[in-house]
Design a protein around this ligand. Structure first.
Ligand code: BES
Ligand code: MN
Ligand code: MN
Length: 465
C-alpha cells in the first residue's frame, strides 16, 4: 500500500493535467449540437482506461450516448468491483455568470479550498470524481497491488436521466456481473466531517402545457374575457403547495416511509451551520415544509419544484399580448417508497383537475428514477468506512443525499447488486450552477482513499468466506 500511495504522490501533477484535458471537452448530453463532443469524450475515457492498464476497453453505442467499458480480471476467487461514473455534463448556461470559461479549466484558491480548486463544468460532477478511480486503478496496477477484479462502466447520459441504461444493463448483464458497485458522484459534509451517502432521492420530471385561445391576442381587445394561460398556469402551480409547504396532490405522501424519531435525531446531529448556508446562498431565511429541518427537507422529504416557466412575450420592452400558451418544467424528488410512475399519474390527474374549462392542459413525462437507500451493514459499506477513516483520520458518518442517480436502483433491480456511494464533492461545489469547482484536496484525497477501499473490501470478503 505504501508503494501505491508513493506512486500517487509522484504522479500528482500528471493526474491533474490529464483531468484538465478531459474537462476541456464540452460533453453536454442534453444538447444534440454537442453529440460529437460527447462521443469525443467517450473516446478519451476509453484511452485513459487503456493507458491505466485496463483490458477489453470498448466504447459501446446505445440508443443514446455511448457507455465506456474496461476491466481487469485478476482471478475468479477475488471479489469484483464495478466502478460507475458519468462523463457527460450539464449545460453551462448562464455563461455570463462564469468567472472563467466553463470548458477552460483554471485553478483558483478560495477560503474553503486553500490548496486550490479546479473551476470547470464537470470538475466535481462527475469527471473529477470518476477520474480519481481511473488514477487509483492505474496506481494499484503499476505497483502490482490490485486486490480485486475491477470493471469500469462510465456512461454519457446520466444528466439527462440515463434513459437507455436499463436496456444496456439487461443486454450486458453477464459482462457487468460483480459483487459491488462503487460510485463517486455524491457529496460529503466537509473535509473535517467525512460522510458516506446512504440514500438518494427518486425523481419524476414532467413538462406541462396550458393552452387558451388558438393564437396570441391583443390584450386590450380580449383581456378580461378570454382565459390567459400564463395567469392560469401561475394559479395552478401556486395551488400545488399549501400554507405549510406541503404538496397538495391527493395521495402524494401515501407511500412515504416514515423515518423513526431516532433516525431523525441522528441525522440532525450531523454538523450543519444554517447561518453559513444562508450566507453562501445570500438568502435571509430558509424555506420549506413545516415540521422539518433543512437537513430533513433535503433528504428524507419529497419535494415539488418548478425548474422553468415560460409563455407570452419575454423580449425587450413591452408588448401587449394575451398569450395562447404557457409552459412549465416541474420536478418532484421522491423518497422511499414512492414510485415515480404512480406519482407522475397522481400529478397529471390532479393538475388536470386544477384547470378551469377555459383552457386545455397537457402533461408530458420526461424522465424519472426510483429512490434508494443503501445498507450500512455490508462488507462494502464497512470497507468504505474504514478507507475514509484511514485517509481522513476521522470516521465518516452516514448521510442521505438529496440528488438522484437513476441507475443506482436499476443496478439493484437488474443485476441484483448493491451500491456504495463514496463521493468526495461538497454541496458548495456549485454542481449544475455557474462556477462549478472541485477542490484539489478532495481530488487527491479521493485517489488516496480508493486503494484502501479495495484493500479492506478484499480482506473483508476473504474473511467472510
Ligand atoms: N451527481 C448528481 C447527483 C447527486 C449529487 C446526488 C450530489 C447526491 C449528491 C447527478 O449527476 C445528478 O445531477 N443527477 C440528476 C439526475 C437527473 C438528471 C435524472 C439530478 O439529481 O438532478
Ligand atoms: Mn453526477
Ligand atoms: Mn449532475
Amino acid at each position: 500500500m505504501q508503494a501505491v500511495q508513493s506512486y500517487i504522490q509522484a504522479n500528482r501533477d500528471r493526474f491533474l493535467e490529464e483531468l484538465l484535458d478531459m474537462l476541456r471537452i464540452p460533453s453536454i448530453s442534453a444538447d444534440p449540437a454537442y453529440k460529437a463532443e460527447v462521443s469525443k469524450n467517450a473516446d478519451l475515457v476509453a484511452e485513459s482506461l487503456r493507458k491505466a492498464g485496463a483490458d477489453n476497453v470498448r466504447v459501446i453505442p446505445t440508443a443514446g450516448h455511448p457507455v465506456v467499458y474496461g476491466e481487469k480480471r485478476i482471478g475468479p476467487d477475488k471479489p469484483t468491483v464495478l466502478v460507475y461514473g458519468h462523463y457527460d455534463v450539464q449545460p453551462p448556461d448562464p455563461l455570463d455568470l462564469w468567472t472563467s470559461g466553463p470548458f477552460d479549466p483554471v485553478i483558483r484558491q478560495t477560503d474553503l479550498h486553500p490548496e486550490g480548486a479546479i473551476y470547470a463544468r464537470g470538475s466535481a460532477d462527475d469527471k473529477g470524481q470518476f477520474f480519481m478511480h481511473v488514477k487509483a486503478f492505474e496506481a494499484m496496477l503499476a505497483e502490482n497491488a490490485l486486490p480485486c477484479n475491477v470493471k469500469f462502466m462510465i456512461e454519457g447520459e446520466e444528466e439527462v436521466g440515463s434513459a437507455h441504461l436499463e436496456q444496456f444493463l439487461n443486454d450486458n448483464a453477464s459482462m457487468l456481473g460483480c459483487d459491488v458497485i462503487l460510485i463517486s458522484d455524491t457529496h460529503m459534509i466537509s473535509r473535517d466531517t467525512p460522510s458516506i451517502t446512504v440514500g438518494l432521492r427518486g425523481l419524476s420530471y414532467v413538462e406541462v402545457e396550458v393552452t387558451g385561445p388558438c393564437k396570441d391576442l391583443h390584450s386590450g381587445l380580449y383581456g378580461g374575457a378570454v382565459a390567459n394561460p400564463v395567469n392560469i398556469l401561475a394559479k395552478m402551480i401556486a395551488a400545488l403547495h399549501d400554507e405549510n409547504n406541503h404538496i397538495t396532490i391527493p395521495g402524494f405522501y401515501d407511500d412515504v416511509l416514515t423515518v423513526t424519531p431516532e433516525e431523525r435525531k441522528a441525522m440532525n446531529e450531523a454538523p450543519f451551520d444554517e447561518a453559513a448556508y444562508r450566507k453562501e446562498l445570500q438568502i435571509q431565511m430558509v424555506h420549506g415544509e413545516a415540521g422539518y429541518t433543512t437537513l430533513e427537507r433535503t433528504s428524507i422529504r419529497p419535494t415539488l419544484d418548478v425548474n422553468g416557466i415560460w409563455g407570452g412575450y419575454t423580449g425587450e420592452g413591452a408588448k401587449t399580448v394575451l398569450p395562447a400558451k404557457a409552459f412549465a418544467k416541474i420536478s418532484m424528488r421522491l423518497v422511499p417508497n414512492q414510485d415515480p410512475e404512480k406519482i407522475t399519474d397522481l400529478f397529471a390527474r390532479h393538475f388536470n383537475s386544477l384547470a378551469p374549462p377555459s383552457v386545455e392542459v397537457k402533461v408530458h413525462y420526461h424522465h424519472g428514477g426510483y429512490p434508494v437507500v443503501t445498507p450500512t451493514d455490508t462488507p462494502e459499506y464497512l470497507a468504505a468506512h474504514k478507507a475514509m477513516e484511514k485517509a481522513f483520520g476521522k470516521a465518516p458518518i452516514p448521510q442521505r443525499g438529496g440528488g438522484s442517480i437513476p441507475i443506482v436502483p436499476l443496478f439493484e433491480k437488474v443485476l441484483g447488486v448493491k451500491t456504495v456511494l463514496m463521493g468526495f464533492g461538497l454541496d458548495t461545489d456549485s454542481v449544475h450552477s455557474p462556477n462549478e469547482h472541485y477542490g484539489l484536496f478532495f481530488f487527491y484525497k479521493g485517489i488516496e482513499t480508493i486503494p484502501y477501499f479495495y484493500q479492506y473490501y478484499a480482506e473483508l470478503k476473504a474473511g467472510a468466506k
